[in-house]
Design a binder for this molecule. Structure first.
Ligand SMILES: NC(=O)c1ccc[n+]([C@@H]2O[C@H](COP(=O)([O-])OP(=O)(O)OC[C@H]3O[C@@H](n4cnc5c(N)ncnc54)[C@H](OP(=O)(O)O)[C@@H]3O)[C@@H](O)[C@H]2O)c1
Length: 249
């Protein structure tokens, strides 16, 4: 019997959930619980952390999970590491639905940095208007550059004061369009963009808008993960499931 745990929190995970539901798969969708109103899923859904790799392994055993699909965000490295460890400990099969990273095109002005600290260091000394397109975690390090005005785009209204002296938040949930993002950059007179190399379609509009306006983008590279089986599409995940079912996993 195949029983699937789908680790989610992304647009790709929602698409994966639809594909599993359409096939009548026995699957449970898992949210970390970061947003106030998560998108409803066509699968039974649980919310909240498992309690580290040991907690996830225990949960996998207790719920008879045979297959784990890690469709979390490429920057959600902790849960992905936990999934690798928990699947190794329990013998559950693991696959990551991982989007290809974005690659610069002609006209892009990207400055590649390895992490958040690198992004802080890459900003100019003179005051600038910066679109910090990195979500609400990891904002505090930018307080080291208090001369800049920061524009944030968040899913929920912030529940606590922002950790940056000159910051404005717009509340919006993707996917976004190039027209909308060009208007956002123009309206806020943005000169610099900081982005995580998430890949995928839902968040790429800001990069197309930056190229169209000739703006520099500080591009944060993905965190490194231990080797794991990777699928680039939902069809590949479905093939993997069908294959392991044929093998009697
Ligand atoms: N990081 C981003 O830029 C980003 C962007 C868009 C969406 N997201 C989504 O937001 C969620 C949290 O991201 P993050 O960067 O905080 O992750 P993270 O640093 O990898 O995870 C931190 C902890 O949150 C819990 N967790 C994360 N994803 C979970 C899931 N799908 N189901 C149950 N527990 C989960 C785990 O807690 P325990 O150790 O207690 O199990 C994990 O150790 C992820 O589901 C991710 O897909 C993240």
């Amino acid at each position: 019997m195949t029983r699937i745990l789908l680790l989610g929190g992304t647009g790709e995970a929602s698409q994966m959930a639809r594909a599993l539901a359409e096939r009548g798969a026995d699957a449970i969708y898992s949210y970390a619980g970061r947003t106030e109103k998560p998108v409803a899923q066509p699968l039974p859904t649980r919310v909240g952390g498992f309690g580290g790799p040991a907690g996830l392994a225990e949960w996998i055993r207790a719920h008879g999970i045979t297959h784990v699909i890690d469709a979390t965000h490429p920057f959600a490295a902790r849960i992905s590491r936990n999934a690798i460890a928990a699947c190794a400990a329990t013998g559950a099969e693991l696959i990551a639905l991982e989007r290809a990273p974005w690659v610069a095109r002609a006209g892009d002005r990207w400055i590649h940095v390895p992490d958040i600290d690198g992004a802080v260091a890459a900003l100019p000394e003179s005051p600038a208007r910066v679109f910090l397109a990195i979500g609400r975690q990891n904002l505090a390090p930018f307080a080291a550059r208090p001369q800049h005005h920061y524009l944030l785009r968040l899913v929920d209204e912030p529940s606590a004061p922002l950790p940056l002296p000159r910051a404005k938040a717009v509340i919006a949930r993707g996917p976004f369009t190039i027209e909308g993002d060009m208007a956002l950059l123009r309206d806020h007179r943005i000169g610099w963009i900081v982005a995580k190399n998430a890949g995928g379609a839902g968040a790429r509009a800001k990069l197309d808008a930056a190229r169209a306006l000739g703006l520099p983008v500080v591009m944060i590279d993905r965190p490194a993960l231990p080797p794991r089986p990777v699928a680039r599409s939902i069809a590949e995940v479905m093939d993997w499931l069908a294959h392991s079912a044929r093998l009697g996993v």
